[in-house]
Design a protein around this ligand. Structure first.
Ligand code: ATP
Length: 349
């Protein structure tokens, strides 16, 4: 186990910054997720931690030691990529043993370690097969086993589940988490999937354009997004954002409820909601419309759980409300969140 830290790290490709001054520090044994859209610099950041890419600026520390300039193999890290790159002509056993053989371990030691890793990942029965005789999920476990036998201090995982279908992916996600908890190896996991990030991360670093916009627990980044980028990147559907002069008012679709049910004792902020369309999705109803007093082009979504049975007619105005402590405010100019106490003009419509 080891703490990974990057300080002021930057990577330029020509004059384009792929990673633009990032500071991050894991905790011992933590599962940290790097989340962001395609091209935001997640993979580049991971590759700099691994030593596969040289930073243009800044430093990487593993276990408190600066590893700048050290080659990947002595950083005590193991990487698993999206393409597992198993050797097709070798059995699973030989694939997993490969890094041990390269390190010069004798046959008995190799066997012992392969059996230990295979046991942990529940693939002992697959050891004599070849990669083409495995499912995607099984291949992923073999790739993890191959990373694990080296007993790394740190795992770096780059979208390792992305070529599994949805169902397998959910199962593989559980397996991976359970396995990570068991070995308690510090893990940095790259994904562009916010559901995966929310479900897996102890903490999430939300990235865009080479910068970390926010770093915190899933609850924290979801409930208290630092800016409008984080507010809309997390959550499906994303946070509703209504523009009004210098400010943007934000609330989550599940917080936007008919006035009669929104009031659970605390203060609420009311809106007149014109509903255009209702979608029934079994466990919930999605409403689509706009809010009076704000730009009518801005689509506003409400998500009502099945337990809220208030009838909603379309092409009509309804009184809706959000618990006031759930309303978030941002600056129009920068997108940054502002404390409601700082607001100058009254924002209520
Ligand atoms: P994805 O989720 O699509 O893999 P990412 O967040 O991992 O995206 P990176 O692969 O880190 O993003 O790329 C960040 C930026 O740097 C992108 O604009 C990419 O085009 C650019 N980039 C990455 N590698 C190189 C390279 N070797 N040479 C030039 N530009 C590069």
């Amino acid at each position: 186990m080891a703490v990974v830290e990057v300080r002021g790290i930057r990577k330029m490709f020509g004059d384009v910054p792929a990673v633009d001054g990032v500071d991050l520090r894991t905790e011992e044994g933590e599962f940290l997720v790097l989340l962001g859209p395609s091209g935001c610099g997640k993979t580049t950041l991971l590759r700099m931690i691994a030593g596969l890419e040289t930073p243009s600026d800044g430093e990487v520390f593993i276990g408190g030691e600066s590893v700048n300039g050290l080659p990947p193999r002595i950083r005590k890290i193991a990487m698993v990529f999206q393409s597992y790159a198993l050797y097709p002509h070798m059995t699973v056993f030989r694939n997993i043993a490969f890094p041990l053989k390269a390190e010069g371990l004798d046959r008995d030691e190799q066997r012992e370690k392969v059996e230990w890793a295979a046991g942990l990942l529940d693939i002992t029965r697959l050891l004599e097969r070849r990669p083409r005789q495995l499912s995607g999920g099984e291949r992923q476990r073999v790739a993890l086993a191959r990373a694990l036998v080296r007993e790394p201090d740190v795992f770096l995982l780059d979208e390792p589940l992305s070529n599994l279908d949805a169902k397998l992916r959910a199962a593989a996600r559980d397996d991976l988490l359970e396995f990570q908890r068991r070995v308690a190896t510090t893990t940095i996991y790259v994904t562009h999937d916010q559901v995966e990030a929310m479900g897996m991360g102890d903490r999430i670093a939300v990235m865009n354009h080479g910068k970390v916009h926010q770093f915190g627990t899933p609850e924290h980044v979801y409930n208290d997004p630092a800016d409008t980028f984080v507010a809309t990147f997390l959550g499906s559907p994303p946070m509703n954002l209504l523009h009004k002069g210098k400010y943007v008012v934000g609330f989550r679709p599940e917080q936007f409820l008919p006035e009669s049910v929104a009031n659970d004792g605390g203060a609420t902020t009311g809106f007149t909601y014109h509903v255009n369309r209702v979608e029934y999705l079994g466990a919930e109803r999605y409403l689509y419309g706009h809010v009076r007093g704000f730009d009518e082009e801005t689509k506003v979504i409400a998500m009502l759980p099945v337990t809220v049975q208030v009838p909603i007619t379309t092409d009509q105005d309804h009184r809706f409300a959000v618990a006031s402590d759930k309303v978030r405010y941002f600056l129009t100019e920068t997108g940054e969140r502002v404390d409601p106490e700082m607001l100058q003009a009254p924002l209520r419509p």
